[in-house]
Design a protein around this ligand. Structure first.
Ligand code: ADP
Ligand code: MG
Length: 352
């Protein structure tokens, strides 16, 4: 005797599924920018331009000079779980930023998305999707690369729209995302432009010549992103242990901060907020800083993709290491060594 209103199970339609996924992948305009810029980097772009208006709420446009998308693949780029980056056989071997094939369908479900692209040897083409409704592939004009334009983010999910902060705060979050990605890619040029009236203008990071020295390029980019102050007070870190390498710059204890704002950590070029890495950084400075001070650092951990699982979190901010002890040990010893050496240099300079 099952009553008529007993809840029955039904399959959600594609649009609803995409809106739900969007809730995890795109929290705010800055997460959309992150996904789009990562796509541009995955496409091998050397120059990436981000234009926004009203903190990204009304407009986000990412233009790149990467390899583009073939016209016939445009509908697939908007299909859920469709990706050119992995074949699914080895989820522990991920060398690209993307692999879930969720960003574009999610963005198309909650905003108005237009992708214009040109792959080598093909004509430029365009596809649009708005609130999950996909249009046809049409001819377009573009010399190379890809332009992804996202308007009216979250217009299809008004509840999410209400949770957004002021244009200024959302714009700031976008700027942070672009800066983080720019730090890890000194050989790629970045431009961020605010198109809204009275907007904050523009920041740009010129690309370093790829033939140059990595540390010089990295230091130059860090100086531009974090300020010359950071670069001048930073110690070069270059260490390796069992195939895991740690490079970057860590600031002198005297350059510490009252909060953890100046800690930038990357795993295989991916900006992460990982407890293990933050804890290791803190541990390394323990003898050099009082409890209420936080070290400033930009550190890049590079390891075999099999050594780290990036498939932990939809926004990919968390990672899991196969050997957390080794990673922690590497960070702590490399930083302590650099700090001790700097301390020694300072004291001998004073003494001498
Ligand atoms: P993922 O990045 O996880 O593969 P996305 O939904 O972000 O998933 O993108 C889907 C696919 O669209 C990508 O796998 C890629 O083939 C293509 N694509 C997206 N953005 C770009 C771009 N800027 N340049 C070239 N191809 C792109
Ligand atoms: Mg992607």
């Amino acid at each position: 005797n099952i009553s008529a209103d007993f809840p029955r199970i039904r399959q959600l339609d594609e649009a609803a599924i995409n809106r739900i996924a969007a809730g995890e992948v795109v929290e705010r305009p800055a997460s959309a920018v992150k996904e789009l810029v990562e796509n541009a980097l995955d496409a091998g772009a050397r120059r990436i331009e981000v234009a926004i208006a009203h903190g990204g709420k009304t407009l986000i446009r990412v233009t790149d000079d990467g390899h583009g998308i073939a016209p016939g693949d445009l509908p697939l780029a908007l299909a859920r779980h469709a990706t050119s980056k992995i074949d699914g056989s080895d989820l522990l071997n991920i060398a690209s930023f993307g692999f879930r094939g969720e960003a574009l369908p999610s963005l198309g479900a909650v905003g108005r998305l237009m992708i214009t692209s040109r792959a080598p040897g093909a004509e430029a083409a365009r596809i649009e999707v708005s609130g999950g409704r996909m249009g046809p592939v049409t001819p377009a004009a573009l010399t190379r690369g890809t332009v992804v334009e996202l308007r009216d983010l979250f217009f299809a999910t008004p509840a999410r729209l209400k949770f957004l902060r002021t244009d200024r705060a959302e714009g700031q979050a976008i700027s942070d995302v672009v800066k983080r990605l720019a730090m890890a890619e000194p050989f790629v040029g970045f431009v961020l432009r605010d198109m809204s009236e009275g907007g904050e203008g523009r920041v740009s990071f010129r690309a370093d010549a790829e033939s140059g020295d990595l540390f010089d390029a990295m230091r130059g980019r860090l100086a531009r992103v974090l300020g010359a102050d950071f670069a001048e007070n930073a110690l070069r870190i270059d260490a390796e242990r069992e195939g895991v390498s740690l490079v970057g710059y860590a600031a002198l204890p005297t350059y510490s901060r009252g909060s953890a704002v100046a800690q930038y950590l990357f795993v295989n070029g991916r900006p992460v907020r990982d407890k293990l890495l933050i804890g290791a950084l803190r541990g390394a400075y323990m003898d050099f800083l009082s409890r209420d001070r936080h070290p400033a650092a930009a550190l890049f951990l590079e390891c075999d993709p099999h050594f780290v699982d990036v498939n932990v979190h939809p926004a990919k901010a968390e990672v899991r290491f196969r050997e957390p002890g080794l990673v922690r040990g590497l960070i702590v010893s490399a930083l302590r060594h650099a700090l001790a050496e700097a301390g020694h240099r300072a004291s001998t300079t004073v003494a001498g």
